[in-house]
Design a protein around this ligand. Structure first.
Ligand SMILES: *[C@@H]1O[C@H](CO)[C@@H](O)[C@H](O)[C@H]1NC(C)=O
Ligand SMILES: *[C@@H]1O[C@H](CO)[C@@H](O)[C@H](O)[C@H]1NC(C)=O
Ligand SMILES: *[C@@H]1O[C@H](CO)[C@@H](O)[C@H](O)[C@H]1NC(C)=O
Ligand SMILES: *[C@@H]1O[C@H](CO)[C@@H](O)[C@H](O)[C@H]1NC(C)=O
Ligand SMILES: *[C@@H]1O[C@H](CO)[C@@H](O)[C@H](O)[C@H]1NC(C)=O
Ligand SMILES: *[C@@H]1O[C@H](CO)[C@@H](O)[C@H](O)[C@H]1NC(C)=O
Ligand SMILES: *[C@@H]1O[C@H](CO)[C@@H](O)[C@H](O)[C@H]1NC(C)=O
Ligand SMILES: *[C@@H]1O[C@H](CO)[C@@H](O)[C@H](O)[C@H]1NC(C)=O
Length: 387
């Protein structure tokens, strides 16, 4: 017991000595400084700062607005009606990230990252001696321009348009996107009213199209083409074997997404999930009806997958055919029957052939064989002759 405690003490002492030896105090220094940024109102901004030193330095964030009468104020996690979040870690070195959400133009100004590892850094009376190192970034919040997106359809064409209200920064071009797909890029155009034409109708091309103006920062608007669900069945007719599990699937790739999926049987009776032998799985675009232990009488027929979204309903039909277990055997039985017939024919032919060969011999006189041995031997002899 006593020996164990001694060892522990020795180890601790060694550790402390080691720390003192290697750790000659180092004042704080930045390894990453926050970067200046431009943002639109309602956007958010993130500034990052990292410092090293021994001991590990503390990091603070300070803000000074652009108004001449404003003074520097420290920012805390939860400040500004909870729009400010600060995430700091103090491991091998110090890191701190400040996030400011829902920016307004009053948030424009200088954001300062301060770091210090001076033990007296937070001591009020000693402040003149204490050194905080500072690193600044400017955030400029610009009024978000209004972008009006619209579309019209005529003569099999869909024409999307965006119109941006006066922008504080020059427009250097624009592009159109759908999801992460770029549809059109126009560099160097300062147009504020822009269009994009699609061949086809709304039903085929629903979705949220984005128009992006190359201003600094970029300004994005959108044109939403919305239709009732356009439902399609994976397969219009499905086949299943009696006793197996039947799987019927429908999907809708239109916008807005489907809110609810419902399955109906031929006679308009809703299929209830979990009841009888039915399991329904619906995930956004897709719905799947599984019918366990298929029965010819009960399950054969038409099924409807009905979808609804905010614009109304849409549906598709799947026809299910259930074959008897025996039906699955038919192809196999067919092959067996075919083989049997073939074997019989060969057998009969072989039986008839022998007298023929004898006849041949008599007629031509040139037949190479005079043996009336078995077929097997017959073949061997033929081969030898060919060699
Ligand atoms: C600074 O001056 C503006 C008017 O110029 C005033 O609205 C604002 O409240 C002042 N801010 C402070 C912190 O005194
Ligand atoms: C804070 O930072 C840590 C490490 O960088 C990260 O794992 C964590 O998700 C961050 N927390 C928030 C709220 O962003
Ligand atoms: C963002 O700030 C504005 C006022 O500046 C406020 O009206 C709006 O509700 C805020 N939005 C969010 C999502 O907090
Ligand atoms: C674009 O919007 C402006 C107002 O912001 C309006 O004066 C102009 O007529 C619009 N242009 C088109 C082509 O609709
Ligand atoms: C489309 O723009 C409107 C404002 O114009 C916005 O409220 C909406 O969130 C945008 N939709 C998408 C999917 O970006
Ligand atoms: C149907 O029930 C199964 C479990 O019985 C469940 O996993 C599934 O999510 C349900 N489907 C729907 C559309 O509610
Ligand atoms: C809808 O389908 C698309 C592609 O077909 C897929 O990328 C997307 O994740 C689906 N959305 C949902 C909500 O399932
Ligand atoms: C489901 O869709 C089918 C086929 O379009 C339609 O006849 C039926 O009325 C729909 N059922 C409901 C409840 O909407």
């Amino acid at each position: 017991m006593a020996a164990g405690a001694d060892v522990r003490c020795a180890v601790l002492a060694l550790l402390v000595l080691g720390l003192l030896a290697t750790g000659g105090d180092a004042t704080a220094g930045f390894i990453k400084s926050p970067l200046s940024q431009r943002r639109l109102t309602q956007d958010s901004v993130e500034l990052h700062c990292e410092a090293v030193g021994n001991p590990i330095p503390e990091i603070q964030w300070w803000f000074e607005g652009n108004e001449p009468n404003e003074t520097s104020a420290q920012l805390w996690d939860g400040a500004w009606q909870d729009r400010v979040k600060i995430n700091a870690t103090y491991n091998l070195h110090s890191t701190s990230t400040i996030y400011i959400a829902n920016l307004s133009s009053d948030d424009s100004g200088t954001y300062e990252c301060r770091a210090s590892n001076d033990p007296d850094r937070n001591h009020l009376s000693k402040s003149p001696k204490v050194k905080w190192i500072r690193s600044q970034a400017n955030v400029l919040v610009i009024e978000r321009p209004v972008i009006i997106g619209q579309y019209s359809s005529s003569a099999g064409k869909l024409i999307l348009s965006c119109n941006i209200s006066v922008s504080d920064t020059p427009i250097k071009g624009h592009k159109w996107m759908l999801g992460d797909k770029t549809l059109k890029v126009e560099e160097g155009s300062s147009a504020s009213y822009i269009t994009y034409t699609i061949e086809g109708n709304e039903e085929e091309h629903s979705g949220v199209y984005e128009c992006i103006y190359e201003t600094n920062p970029v300004a994005k608007g959108n044109v939403s083409v919305e239709v009732q669900p356009q439902v399609v069945a994976y397969k219009k007719s499905e086949h299943g074997n009696e006793g197996d599990t039947g799987v019927l699937t429908c999907k809708s790739l239109s916008y807005p997404p489907v809110k609810t999926w419902t399955w109906y049987k031929s006679d308009q009776t809703p299929v209830v999930n979990g009841s009888d032998r039915y399991i329904i799985k619906s995930t956004g675009n897709k719905t799947e009806l599984r019918i366990h232990k298929l029965s010819i009488e009960q399950d054969t027929g038409d099924y409807y997958c009905n979808a609804t979204n905010s614009w109304g309903p849409g549906s598709a039909t799947v026809n299910l055919r259930v074959r008897s277990r025996l039906a699955a055997l038919w192809p196999f039985l067919g092959i067996v029957a075919e083989v049997l017939v073939l074997v019989t024919i060969i057998f009969i032919y072989e039986k008839r052939r022998k007298p023929d060969e004898v006849l041949d011999d008599d007629d031509g006189g040139s037949a190479p064989l005079k043996s009336n041995a078995t077929n097997h031997k017959d073949k061997n002899v033929r081969q030898r002759n060919a060699n």
